[in-house]
Design a protein around this ligand. Structure first.
Ligand code: MTE
Length: 345
């Protein structure tokens, strides 16, 4: 079962002008299946996506990136659509942009590298190693980690530190639910996430010119990780995650710059101390551990006051003001009470 549990935390689907395909999926579900308004089946979603959207990319059709159990879970379970909220109307970023304008440096640094190079990326079987300050240590198959949980749809803004943004309908599981069942102990103050190392699949990991010291690593304070807005995403736009978006499992922390949302996770490590993270290791004066979206604190090389919302219509980029905590301040600002956000950027 796929349940929308949030009311004020995310951008409501009901107030969004969705991509045509996504919209038609919802009306299809409402009209055709004789189930209550707002409740839908993702099996229909997948079918309607497949039939109506001629613009889906070859990489999206990559079957190696679609574990069968996850496809079956997505197809078999009802969705409860979003209810209203106080947030403003915003359009979903079309699937084509979400899946072809990517940052995934393991595939290359150009925005199109991930979608063009991830075609054969294989994610099945996939497991996650759990280590550090917790009871349930060891390797756990992704299926065992995720299958017992309800999937939820969360429509979130994604704000990259490079000052572009999207609005994406993710499918995932609250991160806190997963962490809780791994039974972190009282010493677990931070949680670290690590991406797969596999130079055969990630060409940049084998490159002599790569600037990143692989694997890509990220981390959160435990209270950030347990916050109900933080999710582990397994899908978007009603289907399994395309490889270029971090299949089969990625983090989504919508109030932080996109680089915190680490892709293709293979390790979860509970720690006493703050973990080192890829971007703050590379350039500590430009990228901090917290990385909360903050229009008042500029990147040393560009302003963070506004963002370019994708897609760009014609030649003129659509600029929107950047909001504190990416618009989620009511939900998360209290996590940072008393902290100097200029210092802890
Ligand atoms: N995770 C890994 N492993 N490698 C990366 O290069 N890039 C990050 C983040 N997660 C990245 C990553 C950055 S900078 C951004 S903005 C988002 O992924 C982009 O996510 P998207 O391509 O799905 O929009």
């Amino acid at each position: 079962m796929l349940i929308r549990t949030k009311s004020s935390l995310d951008i409501p689907s009901s107030e969004i002008t969705p991509e045509a395909v996504y919209h038609s999926r919802r009306s299809f579900m409402g009209l055709g299946l004789g189930i209550p308004a707002g409740v839908s089946l993702l099996s229909s979603a997948a079918t309607v996506h497949g039939q109506n959207s001629t613009a889906r990319t070859a990489a999206d059709l990559n079957l190696a990136a679609k574990p069968r159990w996850l496809q079956q879970k997505l197809q078999g379970e009802p969705v409860v659509a979003a209810s209203g909220s106080s947030l403003a109307k915003e359009s979903l970023t079309p699937f084509e942009d979400v899946s072809t304008y990517n940052n995934f440096y393991e595939f290359g640094t150009d925005k199109t590298d991930p979608s063009t190079r991830a075609e054969n990326f294989s994610v099945d079987p996939w497991s996650v190693e759990v280590t550090g300050e917790c009871v349930k240590q060891g390797k756990i198959a992704l299926e065992d980690l995720i299958k017992p949980h309800f999937l939820e749809e969360r429509v979130y803004r994604l704000r990259c530190v490079e000052a572009w943004s999207m609005v994406i309908p993710w499918i995932g599981v609250p991160l806190g639910e997963i962490l809780k069942k791994l039974e972190p102990n009282a010493d677990a103050k931070f949680v670290e996430f690590v991406t797969l190392v596999d130079p055969k699949q990630f060409p940049e990991q084998g490159s002599r010119f790569a600037t990143i010291d692989w694997p890509y690593r990220e981390g959160l304070r435990m209270d950030e990780a347990m916050h109900p807005l933080s999710i582990l995403a397994l899908g978007l736009y009603g289907d399994v995650l395309p490889a270029q978006n971090g299949a089969p499992l990625r983090l989504v922390v919508p109030w932080k710059y996109g680089f915190k949302s680490i892709k293709s996770i293979v390790r979860i490590n509970f720690r006493k101390d703050m973990p080192r993270t890829t971007w703050s290791d590379l350039q500590p004066s430009e990228y901090g551990f917290y990385a909360n979206v903050n229009p008042a604190v500029d990147h040393p090389r560009w302003s963070q006051a506004a963002e370019r919302r994708l897609p760009t219509a014609g030649l003129i980029p659509s600029r929107v003001p950047t909001l504190p905590f990416n618009g989620y301040a009511d939900d998360v600002a209290s996590l940072y009470a008393g902290m100097d956000l200029r210092r802890f950027y």
